[in-house]
Design a protein around this ligand. Structure first.
Ligand code: ATP
Ligand code: MG
Length: 398
């Protein structure tokens, strides 16, 4: 086996040498068979977490009660999970109790979809009890066992089905789809954070446009936060030509389109992460600046590089003119400063200019003004010139 399994083989060997079984399992086996880039290599084992803690040096107990620990090996983290069967998911978050078992069969059976329920040994031999390879070949997402039961056990699996459709470009098996349509209301019992987490991956998927159709035909979309009370919004989401690729983009899109549903409302309803909130806020500000001042230095200065794509997609989705990547890059490269740290005066320097004046919000205000003036080339980034400017704009002045 090649990278990244090669590096992880030593872990499996250590477990085997201590009398237990261990396999690569889940997403890494699926992505390996698909020739997709493999992100994390997860391992399943007959050894208990306590046993793993004994035989490895660096072990982080991330979820001992569910049988998962992280082993650090060659600067990489590996999740090692004990073979287990799950009890009921009555809180729709975690199984109430898990039981450790010593054969892999039942562990594979508790997994959500056939494509995710394969294991591979250190020689590369695949254990495929539910025809996962066949479903990979036919590009099908199908539950392991009866979908009605599996979705009732954990309704998140319905969202995961469309999430994988979006990432892999697969179709939902016809029965799986009908079962989702029947049980879609169960999504309302889920912790919202779990939905947001999967939907973030859904939007980031390469095949999000196609998967969005599945989200609609299964009617899952009508169960999602905000969309369930405002189903009219669904048809306003941009189609194939201009899909949005994150929750931040979707939230910003509707905030800019329809002011009555604001970003604050979206964030709260989706219990979105701070990162999503920050990104959405930055995107909204960039679009508003761009509408008012065009693509000026300040607009680009305030927009982090990783959001350039999102910014352009958002403008396209809003049917507004948009700058090319080259234009954005050119402005970004030529900016007089890239961050506030590069300003030749810092907070202490500003205070130092006015001995005897109390510290206060005025300091940040002056720093921000200088930052703007330097970025817009109305002031050179030069200590003496900035000090001069401060002297003509002392703390009391506006
Ligand atoms: P990704 O590459 O996006 O991480 P993944 O397949 O590794 O995809 P994870 O959410 O990391 O997905 O889950 C790891 C594995 O655990 C899955 O492949 C699946 O076998 C199992 N699994 C995860 N969540 C569930 C669930 N809710 N119900 C049943 N099995 C699950
Ligand atoms: Mg994973």
């Amino acid at each position: 086996l090649d990278h990244p399994f090669k590096e992880a083989t030593a872990i499996i060997e250590n477990i085997e040498n201590n009398g237990h079984e261990a396999y690569f399992v889940g997403g890494c086996v699926r992505d390996f068979l698909l020739g997709r880039e493999i992100r994390d290599v997860d391992i399943a084992t007959s050894a208990t977490p306590t046993f793993i803690q004994k035989i490895f040096e660096k072990v982080i107990p991330v979820g001992i009660e569910h049988g998962t620990v992280i082993v650090r090996h060659l600067h990489t983290s590996y999740e090692i999970t004990t073979f287990r069967i799950d009890g009921a998911y009555s809180d729709q978050r975690h199984p109430d109790q898990v039981s450790f078992i010593n054969k892999i069969d039942k562990d594979l059976e508790r997994r959500d979809f056939t494509i995710n329920a394969m294991a591979m040994d250190k020689q590369g031999k695949i254990i495929d009890l539910f025809d996962g390879r066949k479903d990979i070949a036919n590009r099908i997402i199908r539950t392991v066992g009866n979908g009605y039961d599996r979705f009732r056990e954990d309704a998140l699996r319905m969202i995961r089905a469309v999430r994988f459709a979006s990432q892999l470009g697969f179709s939902l098996d016809l029965e799986t789809k009908e079962q989702i349509n029947t049980l879609k209301h169960e999504v309302n019992k889920l912790a919202v954070e779990r939905i947001s987490n999967e939907m973030e991956k859904f939007f980031a998927g390469t095949y999000v446009s196609k998967a969005f159709e599945e989200l609609k035909t299964t009617e899952l979309v009508y169960q999602l936060p905000v969309f369930k009370e405002h189903s009219d919004l669904i048809k306003r989401l941009p189609r194939e030509q201009s899909p949005l690729h994150s929750l931040a983009e979707v939230f910003a899109f509707f905030h800019l389109l329809k002011q009555e549903i604001t970003i604050q409302y979206w964030i709260k309803a989706w219990k979105a992460s701070n990162q999503t909130k920050q990104e959405a806020t930055l995107l909204i500000r960039a679009v508003i600046n761009y509408r008012t001042y065009d693509l000026n230095d300040w607009t680009i200065y305030q927009l982090p590089r990783h959001l350039y794509g999102a910014f352009r997609r958002l403008l396209k989705a809003l049917l507004e003119k948009r700058p090319s990547y080259e234009e954005i890059e050119r402005i970004a490269t030529d900016l007089p400063i890239k961050t506030r740290n590069q300003l030749q005066l810092n907070g202490n320097d500003v205070v130092g200019q006015f001995p005897g004046v109390d510290k206060g919000p005025w300091i940040q205000k002056r720093l921000h003004e200088m930052e703007y003036l330097v970025v817009m080339r109305e002031l050179p980034n030069d200590k003496d010139r900035l000090k001069e400017w401060l002297q003509s704009n002392p703390p009391g002045a506006n």
